[in-house]
Design a protein around this ligand. Structure first.
Ligand code: FMN
Length: 221
C-alpha cells in the first residue's frame, strides 16, 4: 500500500465491529508511528491503550456519566466559539452525516443516541490515548498530532480503522483510574481503533475537503 493510498483510505469511523485487535498488531502500529518527527527528537508522547475488559470498564463509566449528566472535564479544553466560517464547515459535516442516516439533527432522541455513540467509543474494541507533559505545550501538541496521523496511517496498512476523538478524553479521572495514568501526564486525545462496520451509512458517508485552490498559495514554483 502506498502512502497516497493510505491517506485516501483513512477516515473517521463511527461504528466498529466487536472483534478484538491482537496486542501484537497494536504494538506494531504504535512502533511504526513513533518514527514521527518531534521538536529536537524530544518525543514528548506517552501512549496508553485500553482494550478488552479495560475498554469495556471505561465505556461503562462514560455512559453512566452521560446518563447521570456528569459534565465532561477534558484536560485540553474545547474551543467554545468557532469563527463563523469554520463553524459552517463543522455544521455542514454534521448535516451530511444526518442526511446519510435519514436523521433530523434537531430530534432530541437522535441527539441522545449520537451522544451515547460518542460515549460508547462507537463500539471500538480498543482506544489509544496520547498524553503529553504540562509545560511542553503548545509545541508538544504539534508532535502529538504528527504521531496521531502516523498511527492512523499505520492502522490503515493493518486493515484497521480509527477515530481521533475529543469525546474519548471527556472523563480523565476514569482514564487515570483504569489505565493508571500518572497525574503529571496530560491526557490530550483518544484514537479509537478497530475493524469498522463497512456497510453502515455512518462509515460510508465521506467528509469533503476545501478545494486546493482555496487552501494553497504558492509563489516562485
Ligand atoms: C482533534 C480531533 C478531535 C476530534 N474529535 C472527534 C469527536 O469527539 N467525535 C467524533 O465523532 N469525531 C471527532 N473527530 C473526527 C473529525 O470529525 C473528522 O476527522 C473530520 O470530520 C474529518 O473526517 P474524516 O476524518 O473522516 O476525513 C476529531 C478529529 C480531530 C482531528
Amino acid at each position: 500500500m502506498s502512502v497516497g493510498e493510505a491517506l485516501a483510505a483513512r477516515h473517521a469511523s463511527r461504528v466498529y465491529e466487536p472483534q478484538a485487535v491482537p496486542r501484537g498488531v497494536l504494538t506494531r502500529v504504535i512502533e511504526a508511528a513513533t518514527r514521527a518527527p518531534s521538536w529536537g527528537n524530544t518525543q514528548p508522547w506517552e501512549v496508553f491503550i485500553a482494550a478488552g475488559e479495560t475498554m469495556n470498564a471505561i465505556r461503562g463509566a462514560y455512559l453512566a456519566n452521560l446518563r447521570n449528566h456528569v459534565a465532561p472535564s477534558p484536560e485540553v479544553g474545547p474551543i467554545e466559539v468557532w469563527p463563523a466560517h469554520v463553524q459552517q464547515r463543522y455544521t455542514d459535516r454534521l448535516l451530511a452525516i444526518c442526511a446519510a442516516l435519514g436523521a433530523d439533527p434537531a430530534d432530541p432522541a437522535g441527539q441522545q443516541a449520537a451522544a451515547e455513540g460518542q460515549m460508547a467509543f462507537f463500539g471500538a474494541p480498543a482506544t489509544i490515548f496520547l498524553c503529553s507533559h504540562p509545560g511542553l505545550e503548545p509545541w508538544s501538541l504539534f508532535d502529538l498530532g504528527a504521531l496521531g496521523q502516523s498511527i492512523m496511517l499505520a492502522a490503515v496498512e493493518e486493515g484497521l480503522s480509527t477515530t481521533p476523538a475529543f469525546s474519548a478524553v471527556s472523563y480523565p479521572d476514569v482514564l487515570r483510574r483504569e489505565l493508571e495514568i500518572p497525574e503529571d501526564y496530560r491526557i490530550v486525545i483518544g484514537i479509537e481503533i478497530g475493524y469498522e462496520d463497512e456497510t453502515n451509512p455512518m462509515n460510508t458517508c465521506r467528509s469533503v475537503r476545501r478545494s486546493i485552490d482555496e487552501v494553497l498559495r504558492i509563489k516562485g514554483a
